[in-house]
Design a protein around this ligand. Structure first.
Ligand SMILES: *Cc1c(COP(=O)(O)O)cnc(C)c1O
Length: 403
């Protein structure tokens, strides 16, 4: 993408600028290096399990009575979501840069688990920074990260949540620039991170194109993906951006209301700002402080949106919309019963939008929705959302069974 766009940049302390320049140069070299490409592709194929299936959702298509619906199942990836892809890519870059340690911040823990997984696979030491409150709320992910050999560092100040973890990870990075590589979990952050992570994730759209060509002999009419920071969406869109006949739709977290604090939709109430090293749309207060956000899905509960996605939206190339918590839960249910697919709550926002638009589209049109992850990780959330009382009893009893 060209440099004239509104959003993006690298608004970082001078100390980090040099590190980012080196990263950018190494990434550019890597892209031209066939050995790098084949190592990345080998890991995607023989570790993560690509290509991921493109599922024809036959019963959902019939039920909704409009466009043919396909689901690009990124949940079939190792660790259950698309995140592993940009973590593997970044770890290979870190190796080229001679780094020995991967560091990351994490809120819900999904990015932390993906980073710890890749660190173990490729032989890095790993430190994950996490707010104390998030560690308590996300105990299962802390457990997984520790089993994968990572050190989870509790952050005890501020709100003890994600933004404090980001600050602490940045501080550690600046003190250990020679040794540590900072793994960013979406198409966000200072450049070159947004375009680098898009590059890694673009495999999703290339596979969609090839798989659909084989099955239908044509590209999709619509591609829909959920948007937290935007990595699964940018990956799903990338290969179609210059093909204007393909409509690209990102679905944000509409949460439980339209007031600031009740959702995580930048298209609802975002404003231009600079945060965590990049300029984009952020949910913020009138004073420019980052506002609290809410979503039933941890992965969409983030105040900012990837700068390239914000640019594509500003140019009118990508449409952004939202689905509410309740719509997402209903979409999980719908696709579970009709397709045997239990979607992650994040991805269910995209599925909810499919339920809205498919019936209005002609029967020979095609929607591809990206299923960014599978729902295993949301077991506790689902049990709560579906008000499953006996599951609640199970959790209580499980404590007693511990011995
Ligand atoms: C993290 C996550 C997301 C949100 O991240 P993006 O960068 O917007 O893709 C979406 N779905 C799942 C399953 C996730 O784990």
């Amino acid at each position: 993408m060209s440099e004239k766009h509104t959003y993006g940049g690298a608004y970082v302390p001078e100390m980090l600028w040099e590190t980012l320049q080196k990263l950018d140069a190494e990434f550019e070299n890597a892209k031209k290096d066939t050995a790098f490409k084949s190592e990345f592709e080998n890991l995607l194929k023989n570790y993560s399990g690509r290509p991921t299936p493109l599922i024809f959702a036959a019963r959902a298509t019939e039920e909704l009575g409009g466009a043919k619906i396909y689901l690009k199942n990124e949940g079939a990836n190792h660790t259950g979501a698309h995140k592993i892809t940009h973590c593997l890519g970044q770890a290979l870059i870190a190796k080229r840069l001679g780094k020995k340690m991967l560091i990351a911040d994490t809120g819900a823990g999904q990015h932390g688990v993906a980073t710890a997984t890749v660190a173990a696979k490729l032989g890095f030491s790993c430190k994950i920074f996490m707010g104390r409150i998030d560690m308590e709320r996300q105990r299962p992910n802390v457990f997984l990260m520790e089993r994968l050999g990572a050190t989870v560092v509790p952050v005890e100040y501020g709100t003890k949540t994600l933004k404090d973890a980001v600050n602490e990870a940045l501080k550690f990075w600046m003190e250990n620039l020679d040794e540590a590589y900072f793994v960013i979990g979406s198409v966000v952050g200072p450049k070159p991170y947004p375009s680098m992570n898009r590059y890694f994730q673009s495999v999703i759209s290339r596979e969609i194109r090839a798989q659909l060509q084989e099955r239908e002999g044509k590209p999709p009419d619509v591609v829909v993906a959920c948007v937290g920071g935007g990595s699964n969406a940018m990956g799903s869109f990338d290969d179609f951006i210059h093909e204007k006949s393909v409509q690209l739709i990102g679905v944000e977290a509409g949460g439980r209301g339209k007031k600031l604090g009740e959702h995580a939709s930048r298209v609802l109430s975002g404003a231009e700002g600079i945060f965590q090293g990049y300029k984009s749309l952020f949910l913020q207060t009138e004073d420019g402080q980052i506002a609290p956000t809410h979503s039933i899905s941890a992965g969409l509960d983030y105040p900012g949106i990837g700068p390239e996605l914000a640019n594509l939206h500003a140019e009118g190339r990508v449409e952004l919309t939202y689905a509410t918590d309740d719509e997402a839960v209903a979409a999980v249910d719908f696709f579970a019963k009709l397709e045997g697919v239990i979607s992650a709550l994040e991805s269910a926002h995209a599925l909810a939008h499919v339920q809205k638009i498919a019936p209005k589209m002609p029967k020979d049109s095609i929607i591809v929705a990206t299923l960014s992850g599978r729902g295993d990780k949301d077991l506790f959330n689902f049990a709560r959302a579906f008000k499953d009382e006996s599951f609640r009893e199970f959790l209580k009893d499980e404590y007693g069974r511990y011995e």
